[in-house]
Ligand binder design. Structure first.
Ligand code: GLT
Ligand code: MN
Ligand code: MN
Length: 412
């Protein structure tokens, strides 16, 4: 191929994107409770060893693009849109006014707000640092985010205590730090009860998000299970107001079967919000687009969520790779991510209806004929052949994923 001039490259990407097919219309996308984070669209590609490759993008552009693409919900950190020095001031309310207008003009809703308690230097020793004034400030930030959430019409608040831990062991006393962290969540819930009451709105769903490492080397609440225990620890004053925002990749990062992590949250009635992305087990938080690494596992996850009637947001907490341009973020990254999600969601519906999987599942649950009680050998023999269906169901799911169930074969 001859070199492609810079001015021709977008056209080429656009043509190949169209050639891929499989896109949904904005109207079809809008039927799903999918949210797109401000920070994901505005991510400039930077990392510890990486300079940014993209230019900053403001909320006006992100919200406009969500409207065009049919991503119906938008979410943000407080400081994604309000400079730290302006938080709680007149300027904050002026910015919120502009955000509300952008949302209304583009038919987009704010689903969730979250507090940045990890980036600013003040949080170097976490939002639950030893110094009381740092903790008071962190609590104030969380309370202020609750006000922002109600102003923007959000239903959820997320807390990712990514800096709640340490690089070096010794100074941090874990029980004390956890109590201090709970103080901030309790302050936010109290504020919420007051603000929601005054505004005649429902209180927010306060959702904790775990990640096993990064940015701290050791994390005090590293998994969704740790978060569930924290909610029930007695430290949280309104445990009924607090649930989970698991992130697919964060569970994979510690080697979890993500579906099993979600199942434990479902059993507790705490699966309230879900960050959807992809990546590799036991590795870093690369936040790859949903379904690009583990589509079969994703299909399994969505089968579970569909069969349990999960109705919360699916949040595209995805970092477009630094090889993607500013233009590519909206032309390729987000439309393809939301479309893969929709395809996998619909495919999960197909799995639940599939006659082979249905009959196999029912047969497994019916079990074999009754054998002699308490006779392990006889019970095994009575069920032995049925259990081969475990493998057959897995095979069928791969067939559905690859379209082989529709008779697709290769000439050999
Ligand atoms: C940060 C983190 C995400 C969290 C965001 C919410 S911040 O991008 O890596 O997983 O969901 O605070
Ligand atoms: Mn996340
Ligand atoms: Mn992540």
């Amino acid at each position: 191929m001859v070199p492609i001039p810079a001015g021709e490259q977008q056209k080429l990407v656009e043509r190949l994107y169209r050639a891929c097919g499989g896109s949904y219309t904005p109207e079809q996308r809008r039927k799903f409770y999918v949210s797109g984070p401000q920070w994901a669209a505005a991510y400039e590609g930077q990392a510890l060893f990486h300079a940014p490759t993209r230019k900053p993008v403001g909320f006006e552009e992100v919200i406009r693009k969500w409207g065009e693409l049919g991503i119906a919900y938008w979410c943000t950190h407080d400081t994604d849109v309000i400079p730290t020095r302006a938080l709680g001031t007149e300027e904050q309310w002026e910015i919120l006014g502009r955000i509300k207008k952008a949302l209304a003009d583009n038919g987009v809703k704010c689903s969730m707000v979250t507090t940045e308690t990890f980036y600013h230097a003040v949080f170097a020793a976490s939002p639950a640092a030893e110094a009381p004034q740092i903790r008071d400030y962190a609590a104030w930030r969380c309370k202020n985010t609750v006000k922002i959430g109600h102003e923007l019409g959000a239903t959820h608040a997320v807390y990712w205590p990514g800096s709640l831990g340490y690089q070096i062991q010794g100074a941090v006393e874990e029980t004390e730090t956890l109590k201090w962290y709970a103080d901030a969540i309790n302050a936010a819930c109290e504020m919420d009860i007051g603000v929601a009451g005054k505004r005649g709105r429902q209180t927010l769903k306060h959702c904790l998000e775990a990640k096993p490492f990064e940015p701290q080397a050791q994390i005090l609440l590293p998994t969704s299970d740790a978060m569930l225990a924290f909610i029930d620890s007695g430290l949280i004053e309104h445990p009924e107001m607090v649930g989970l925002n698991p992130e697919y990749l964060h569970e994979l990062m510690w080697g979890s079967a993500v579906r099993a992590s979600l199942a434990r949250a479902l059993i507790k009635g705490k699966l309230w919000h879900f960050d959807i992305n992809d990546g590799y087990p036991l590795k870093h938080d690369v936040d790859i687009g949903v379904g690009l690494v583990n589509p079969l596992d994703w299909l399994n996850v969505l089968v579970l969520l569909r069969s349990h009637g999960y109705r919360g947001p699916f949040n595209l907490d995805y970092k477009p790779p630094r090889t993607t341009s500013n233009w590519g973020v909206f032309a390729v990254s987000f439309p393809t991510a939301v479309d893969r999600f929709i395809t996998l969601w619909e495919m999960a519906g197909e799995v639940l209806e599939d006659p082979v999987i249905r009959e196999a599942g029912e047969a497994l649950r019916a079990g074999g004929e009754k054998a002699k009680d308490l006779d392990a050998e006889a019970i095994f023999e009575a069920n032995k052949e049925l259990m081969t269906l475990h493998e057959l169901i897995a095979h069928r799911m791969v067939q559905i994923l690859l379209g082989i169930h529709k008779g697709r074969t290769y000439s050999v």
